[in-house]
Design a protein around this ligand. Structure first.
Ligand SMILES: CC(C)(COP(=O)(O)OP(=O)(O)OC[C@H]1O[C@@H](n2cnc3c(N)ncnc32)[C@H](O)[C@@H]1OP(=O)(O)O)[C@@H](O)C(=O)NCCC(=O)NCCSC(=O)C[C@H](O)C(=O)O
Ligand SMILES: [Mg+2]
Length: 290
């Protein structure tokens, strides 16, 4: 399975300074583990967290999960040491925060020049500046390791002085623009975190909103969010039954050579056939990963 084919329904952050959380992450059914060196780690614990993250990926035990390490920003006092440590690590990806522009991606690309070819560059979309540069940032995927974005709705709320309510009204235009920009350049894109980790109804509603917008999955902060997130971002029985019906309908002799047919009383075109095949393929990849 290539990185682009891997399911990314659920991406769990944890502070790399928290050994218990690292051990627990190895047992959870999340698709991605993100060992955080940035906002979840206090300044006095940064060096220890960096060493712990590198040691955790060297030790392994994460099974099918992709493992990323989130670095501090390149211009912070910890950024250079984080990037140097991650370059020499066995992480699948480095996640970089607070990217403003395509030039920022180019700087990270240079900092990763000694990394193994397989190491991906993932970027947080979480600044007001990035919102106005979504398309050029996504276009960097053609000339760098950039392959995935994660929305940072907490930082966006802070910069905008907006309120992060369960409906996420102030952020909806950016969420859809980010998905469109990412899709235009083949970048995978994950929704932001839901801070309400004790209320799984709020969480599930937010995850369904992310699915509606087209995200590949959602970033998470607590183990309790993993199962409901996987459920929301896995094709359900109804979706798969629809996909099967559409695929079968297009194989019928009377529908050969047609671009638009009637399936269950609805207009169904070749683009729906493509969507149906994609759904089946996503379900197969999830089954293979699980
Ligand atoms: C949010 C938390 C601080 C809550 O911690 P706590 O109250 O201690 O949780 P629990 O007592 O319910 O924990 C139960 C057990 O689960 C383990 N645990 C908790 N969280 C995680 C986790 N994320 N990964 C793995 N394991 C976890 C506990 O160790 C307990 O284990 P045990 O004792 O063995 O039963 C806490 O959940 C937490 O720290 N979450 C992650 C916070 C984080 O990483 N934040 C940074 C990323 S979010 C972000 O920055 C978004 C973005 O940049 C933006 O701008 O929006
Ligand atoms: Mg952030």
């Amino acid at each position: 399975m290539t990185p682009a084919d891997r399911p990314r329904r659920s991406a769990l952050y944890l502070p790399a300074s928290n050994a218990k959380a690292i051990a627990k992450a190895r047992t959870l059914p999340c698709d991605v583990v993100i060992l955080d060196l940035e906002d979840a780690v206090a300044p006095e614990a940064k060096a220890e967290a960096r060493a712990a993250a590198v040691a955790a990926v060297a030790e392994g035990g994460f099974g099918h999960r992709e493992v990323a390490i989130r670095a501090n920003g390149i211009d912070t006092e910890w950024g250079a040491a984080d990037l140097a440590a991650i370059v020499g690590s066995k992480a699948d990806a480095v996640l970089v925060p607070k990217v403003d522009s395509p030039q920022d991606i180019a700087r990270y690309e240079l900092a990763l020049s000694a990394a193994p070819a397989s190491m991906q560059l993932w970027a947080m979309i979480e600044t007001c500046a990035s919102v106005f540069a979504l398309e050029p940032i996504a276009a960097m995927a053609h000339s760098s390791r950039l392959s995935l974005w994660i929305m940072g709705t907490n930082d966006l709320a802070k910069e905008m002085r907006a309120q992060l309510t369960p409906e996420r009204t102030p952020f909806l235009p950016f969420l859809s623009m980010a998905v469109a920009a990412a899709r235009a350049h083949g970048v995978a894109v994950l929704d932001g975190v839901c801070n309400e980790f004790r209320d799984l109804d709020i969480f599930s509603a937010e995850a369904r909103q992310g699915l509606l917008f087209g995200f590949d999955g959602k970033s998470l902060i607590h183990p309790a969010q993993v199962d409901p997130c996987n459920t929301v971002f896995s094709p359900g029985e109804v979706d798969l039954a629809w996909a099967q019906t559409v695929i079968e309908a297009f194989t019928l002799p009377e529908n050969q050579g047609k671009g638009a047919i009637r399936v269950d009383g609805k207009m169904t075109e070749l683009l729906h056939l493509e969507q149906a095949k994609r759904l089946v393929s996503v379900a197969q990849r999830i089954a293979a990963a699980d």
